[in-house]
Design a protein around this ligand. Structure first.
Ligand code: SF4
Length: 367
């Protein structure tokens, strides 16, 4: 695997509110190797979008600390002008709602061409030629004609393709897609994901997909970060997340996926194959915590079916739960409590049932 293109270290983002400081991101670390796909998953308010917006320098009015090293330079230490140069040219972003990103008064081709001309000294004719090429690349039929259409003349899926074309206009090394398919129906969602997958492979860029739905990244992600209450609570290669989740929150996200015949691609409906019971939709009980008053200990403890005494007292940190250290979980359950289904449940309950497990017993030391 290539060297890290993006390294995020101890990222913290706090907003001032009338009720007190809101800790939206609380010490996030990750490495993104060049040319790979990372999925960042969590419910609303987990801090996933704020993390990415902060990396891009788009968080307004927040107190930010930590580092976001992109190609060795700290994005958080750059001036606004330097950040603007990196944004668009080296790192591009696709948002959930293309209508709010595309200007309704300008033709789509003009918007793509202006994006190119803002960063590169090319003629209008050359920028337009590249815009046509980009529209063709993202699968817009008759791009020579559609280039002069306005955003409202495109369907939702086609608008998202236009946004992707615009994001790729300057051949970025990193594309961040924040809920890129949430506003689309299932068929179009699948087409957009196919497109992203194809473009990622063809262009060799790194991609971060931010989503609340683990199903969205089931085919694409090399690695998955699961976020809860502003922290990464589990990090693992894709297959480990889907088939051997450790953190009860990850398991809850998998169980709450709508029943389908199977997740796309090679991964058959994790957590659902087998018993009829597991085919029922099982939402995670309770609500995510307020980030103004985060619960002590493990922030998931008020919702966790495996909560132990230690969970209410001591915050667990990310620690390896496999032999090679590629799978980490911030949970006091022992490493062997991985997996889905009744057997894994029994292991978790055995660990949690006594309520006597201590950090030292788990072999991890106090957090
Ligand atoms: Fe549940 Fe405890 Fe693990 Fe938190 S640390 S997820 S409360 S078992």
């Amino acid at each position: 695997m290539s060297a890290a293109l993006l390294q995020v270290r101890d990222l913290r983002v706090t907003f001032s509110t009338p009720d007190g400081p809101l800790q939206a991101v609380r010490g996030v670390d990750f490495d993104l190797p060049a040319g790979t796909v990372m999925g960042v998953v969590g419910e609303s308010g987990s801090g996933k979008s704020v993390t990415m917006l902060t990396v891009l320098g788009l968080t307004q009015g927040a107190q930010v600390s930590g580092q976001a090293l992109f190609e060795g330079r700290d994005l958080l230490a750059m001036s606004a002008a330097e950040q603007r140069k990196v944004r668009g040219a080296r790192i591009a972003m696709v948002f959930q709602d293309p209508l709010s990103s595309l200007h309704p008064h300008y033709r789509v081709g003009w918007q793509i061409a202006e994006m190119i001309r803002a960063h590169e000294p090319v003629s209008r004719a050359e920028a337009r030629r590249r815009a046509v090429e980009l529209l063709a690349m993202v699968g817009i039929p008759q791009p020579q004609r559609r280039i002069d259409d306005y955003p409202h003349q495109f369907s939702g899926g086609m608008r998202q393709r236009v946004m992707i074309a615009m994001a790729l206009a300057l051949r970025p090394r990193l594309l961040i897609a924040d809920e890129p398919t949430t506003a689309l129906d299932v068929t179009v969602q699948s087409q957009i994901l196919d497109l992203l997958r194809r473009l990622q492979a063809e262009l060799g860029m790194a991609v971060i997909i931010v989503t609340h739905d683990l199903g969205v990244i089931a085919e694409m992600a090399h690695e998955v970060l699961v976020m809860y209450a502003g922290q990464v609570v589990e990090r693992a290669p894709r297959r480990a997340i889907y088939y051997r989740p450790h953190h009860p929150y990850t398991r809850g996200l998998l169980e709450s996926l709508p029943a389908r015949t199977g997740l796309p691609g090679t991964l058959p409906a994790p957590g659902r194959a087998g018993s009829a019971q597991r085919q029922r939709l099982r939402p995670i009980a309770g609500q995510p915590p307020s980030l103004i008053r985060v619960p002590p200990g493990c922030p998931f403890h008020p919702r966790c079916p495996f909560v132990m005494d230690v969970c209410r007292r001591e915050p667990p940190r990310l620690r390896p739960v496999d032999v090679n250290g590629s799978h980490e979980s911030a949970c006091w359950l022992p490493p062997e409590a991985v997996g889905l289904g009744a057997e894994a449940d029994a292991r978790r309950r055995a660990a949690a049932g006594s309520g006597r497990i201590q950090p030292a017993e788990a072999g991890w030391g106090a957090a």
